[in-house]
Write a protein that binds this ligand. Structure first.
Ligand code: BDP
Length: 700
């Protein structure tokens, strides 16, 4: 009897250990055995072995091993690798001349019971293997599988804002994944898992360090470290890039100047670039933040951005590398910040060297929850422009608020610049098709850190995922990408998916409603950029305050950017401008970006500005409770630990939505002097009480 109880106990403990909680580390690449026997059987018949040329290079071998790893897990049976052409049920990986696939595209075809994954290069095959795994993971049947795909954008990269000391600028998921002190000797296994994740979503480049760059990365000591990281990323098709400090020739080169036209400076960069390529033969190039937010740059020497970028392009010489020069600039005291990058960069269109791409944030201010597209996208036809989006949620609730960014990225890509008539979307500018550029790029500021689940908030993983998928193919629908991610990461159980997907898809517009509805922007907490601080009126620069942007007064609210105001609207082509120019027809989501609107003004929604504004703050906050209920519904199908973690974060999100609502409603009410519309219960706390909350978050 005693023995039986003991055995039972051991069994229970064993089962318990076997069913260990999911910690999110495996991202969307879980490879747990498919639950449906029928589906498993169908794939088992088509995946008996993998056939690959043993003489292929490291990327081809990596492709085969990744496919093997995934299939073995999903199908619950060994899938051997072989070099001989397999019979029915074998999967062949082949590199073959297929110009129609481009350098990185792939084709998956099925004939006579055999699957073939073809690419014009090894990396094409690797992307194809992950595409096949995605088919299995999302529950597709193998029958008549025939698909081919190639990326629309050439450089698809993550920008890490990571520092040598392991901190991450605007990072909310722990510290940097790059362990600079341990490199090059110790290679953290995470580097490979990171490379796998990037490759699985079609990315191909990684800027390892912060745009506010340390010159250290260019020293021989650090180049050895960078080379070690590059060595891990290379088989996965991920090239390494560095952000550079403009003043490096002075800081580490012992020169007296960093003037781009100075022969010694040129020679220094050339020599340094040569050393980089000696250490990292496939080095991707440089990312530069210059003359922005206190960073040094060519303007310190009376030169312009093109002088700087072109000098670096020249230093790259015959190497296969590029310069991504950021357009995120805004000089203090020169009018509406909205206009400043345009004014500095537009006149330089056509002046940049061939290897230079200008990297432009999605909107004209700074990664706000909703921005109109950056006017430069419609104004630099002779320069390839990289679209930069921020995956780390600096202005979107850190790793606490659930915000799926697919809709934000798509909104920008689909925006019509009208620069060459209707249909001149940002996507077509960025992929180079509109203006026939041979170079094209897209960058996402990474939201990745040392947290076990990589992104802090589980749904942050969806943003990494969506960025990669949309960078590969911007025509994908954000909802479909969300479904893929959720099916691979959370569950494929239909009722649970039906509960969770609307939450993902609506989360960004809900966030906008309870923080910055109707086109409000930049009213968040000073420095930390968290929580509301619409009353912020004093800062080191006026355009770091909130009042600069919302312009609340007794008459109304919003920034007049029409001809009567800053005239920033004039930076857009007439077709684009027209959408926003008239306050009566301007879509409410953009209204306060462009107009100062009277509190009592009736909007297209039928409500007055005041009523619409407050209604949005209230309904947005209530919607977080809806998100909570939906998440609860999915509980039976989700891993308990993952479910509980997100549920807890949603509780915080609701508390903080109330904070935003109460802060903004009470503060704007001091100008509007109107009661809340019927049905909305006034906040239970006072404005002074709310104001102290920011201090707590700011640790003041
Ligand atoms: C701002 C961030 C700052 C970055 C800057 C940039 O607050 O930390 O350095 O963007 O993109 O939004 O350079």
């Amino acid at each position: 009897m005693l023995l039986r109880s003991l055995l039972l106990l051991l069994l229970v403990i064993g089962l318990h250990n076997g069913a260990r909680a999911d910690d999110g580390y495996r991202l969307w690449l879980k490879y747990d055995q498919l639950p449906e026997a029928g589906l498993r059987k169908a794939w088992l018949a088509r995946a008996k072995n993998i056939n690959v040329d043993k003489n292929g290079g490291p990327t081809l071998q990596t492709a085969a091993k990744e496919l093997q790893l995934g299939l073995q897990g999903l199908l619950g049976r060994p899938v051997p690798l072989g070099a001989a052409p397999g019979g029915r049920g074998s999967i062949s990986l082949r590199v073959t001349a297929a110009p129609e696939l481009g350098r990185e595209g792939y084709r998956i075809s099925s004939q006579n019971g055999k699957l073939e994954i073809t690419g014009a290069s090894e990396v094409g095959v690797l992307y194809g293997c992950f595409a096949l795994l995605r088919q299995v993971q999302t529950g597709q049947l193998p029958d008549q599988l025939n698909l081919s795909s190639q990326p629309r954008i050439q450089y698809r990269m993550l920008n890490h804002w990571d520092n040598p000391n392991g901190t991450v600028e605007r990072g909310y998921a722990g510290s940097s994944i790059w362990k600079w002190l341990e490199l090059p000797e110790r290679i953290d296994p995470r580097y490979q898992d990171y490379a796998r994740a990037n490759a699985s979503i079609g990315l191909n480049g990684v800027v390892l360090n912060n745009v506010n760059a340390s010159a250290r990365y260019l020293t021989p000591e650090y180049l050895r470290k960078v080379a070690a990281v590059a060595g891990v990323l290379r088989p996965y098709g991920q090239r390494v890039y560095l952000s550079v400090l403009w003043a490096a020739p002075k800081v580490i080169g012992g020169l007296k100047t960093s003037d781009p036209l100075d022969p010694q400076v040129k020679a220094w960069w050339q020599a340094r670039t040569g050393e980089i390529y000696k250490a990292i033969p496939d080095f991707g190039g440089f990312l530069v933040k210059a003359n922005s937010e206190g960073e040094p740059g060519p303007q310190d020497y009376g030169r312009n951005h093109a002088d700087g970028a072109n000098m670096l392009a020249q230093a790259l010489g015959g190497h296969d590398g590029i310069v991504m020069w950021r357009a995120f600039v805004y000089k203090a005291g020169s009018g509406d910040r909205f206009r400043q990058a345009y004014e500095e960069f537009q006149p330089l269109d056509g002046k940049f060297a061939d290897k230079v791409l200008v990297q432009v944030k999605n909107g004209p201010i700074d990664f706000q929850a909703r921005e109109p597209f950056h006017p430069l996208f419609g104004a630099m036809p002779r320069t390839p422009l990289v679209l930069e989006v921020q995956l780390t949620q600096e202005y979107l609730g850190f790793a606490t608020h659930l915000v799926y960014l697919g809709p934000l990225i798509k909104e920008c890509l689909e925006a019509d610049t009208h620069s060459q008539g209707p249909g001149s979307t940002v996507a077509k500018v960025v992929d180079g098709s509109l203006e026939k550029h041979s170079l094209s790029g897209i960058a996402g500021v990474a939201n990745i850190g040392s947290d076990r689940n990589w992104t802090g908030h589980l749904v942050g993983q969806a943003n990494w995922y969506a960025f990669g998928r949309l960078a590969w193919d911007h025509s994908l629908r954000s909802e479909d990408v969300a479904r893929e991610w959720a099916s691979m990461t959370l569950t494929r159980e239909p009722a649970a998916l039906a509960a969770v997907l609307p939450v993902l898809n609506q989360s960004r517009s809900i966030y906008v409603r309870y923080t910055t509805p109707l086109g409000l922007h930049h009213i968040m907490g000073q420095d930390i950029h968290y929580g509301p601080e619409p009353w912020l009126a004093r800062s080191a620069r006026p355009d770091w305050t909130a009042v600069y942007y919302h312009k609340a007064d007794a008459a109304g609210l919003g920034f007049d950017r029409t001809a009567a105001g800053s005239d920033a609207l004039a930076l857009y082509a007439p077709g684009a401008r027209q959408r926003w120019a008239n306050p009566a027809t301007c879509p409410p989501d953009y209204l306060l970006w462009f107009h100062h609107v009277g509190w009592g003004q009736q909007l297209s929604t039928g409500r007055t500005l005041w009523d619409e504004l407050t209604t949005r703050y209230y309904t947005g906050t209530d919607s977080v409770q809806w998100m909570q209920r939906q998440w609860e519904q999915a509980k039976p199908a989700l891993d308990p630990a993952l479910h509980a973690d997100v549920a807890a974060r949603l509780c915080i999100q609701h508390r903080e939505a109330q904070w935003w609502r109460d802060a903004c409603v009470l503060y704007f009410q001091t100008f509007a002097r109107r009661p809340l519309p019927p049905g909305l219960a006034p906040p239970t706390r006072t404005l002074p009480e709310i104001k102290t909350l920011v201090d707590i978050y700011q640790l003041r």
